[in-house]
Design a protein around this ligand. Sequence first.
Ligand code: FES
Length: 357
Amino acid sequence: MAKDDNGAEHETAAASSSVVRADTSAGTGVVVRNALENPGFPPHRPRITDLNPKEERKAERAVYTLFYLSIVGSVFAIAAYMAFPISAEDPGSVRLNNLFIGLGLSLALLALGIGAVHWGKALMSDHEGVDERHPVRGTDEVRARAVEVFQQANDESGFGRRTLIRNSLIGALIAFPLPAVVLFRGLGPQDLDPVALLNETMWKKGTRLALDPSGTPIKAADLTLGSSFHVIPEGLAEMGHGRLEEKAKAAVLLMRLNPDLLIETPERAGWSYQGIVAYSKICTHVGCPVALYEQQTHHLLCPCHQSQFDVTNHCEVIFGPAKRALPQLPITVDAEGYLIAQSDFTEPVGPSFWERK
Ligand code: FES
């Protein structure tokens, strides 16, 4: 029994139950009057590697073999980096480079992980043990000493007293990361407005739509119902310097649907041709290529974060983190039946974080 400030007696938590430990800190103890008795551990079962030295050696061999395999994977990744360099002239080189470096690193990590797990499970001691929790709160003496040390450090350093030094130090710490911000800004386009850059692509009135990557112009008659194509502006495939930058903005997905399914606003009437529509392939979330077309539902899916766009309804977002529809490229056909652009996109392509017109 304990007395409160008013002198009234009442049962304390500790006294009411034998399961509360004497060193349980205030506020963390839970009084359980009908607690089940701790059944303890089941009897320890030795593993086969504990009983059979042959099996133990086998497990040891497996573990070091996996670790050596991991070394092989790492060396392979380095060799692949040198053997398959990325060439600006050959986009296919990126694929080979990534493939082989990825294979090497995957092997290295996988073998390392499996080896470590196998070591832990088969060879390291597996005797069950109990680690008692201890109160998180320090004792009053420790807490008082911590305050004392802190005050002593403050007195000795003059941090609280010498306000000029303290404030200038805080200012220096705030200013310290700023050069990094400026340096990273330097990696971006200089003196160029990103909104203007993303606002203009290679598409202009009369540019033919061409197959990616061959650059072959596409005739409307070549598109069957339900088909879809990855498209670039004619002439881009032959470009030298800056081709990839232009492609990253101008890439388009071309699809042919039943015209009756298309919901077209009056402003965009005439932007499609007999059910053929063209939309920017650059996701408006963070710019991945929206490359998956589901023909039955007419949905485009961005594999990066699963944004989905409804092709029948101006590629409005129907799911996922993208906040804006894919920009539509107005198209028609020329006198020879080739698909051509009526103009550039009428809004910036790509992620929506840029300020838009
Ligand atoms: S980049 Fe397309 S959903 Fe994130």
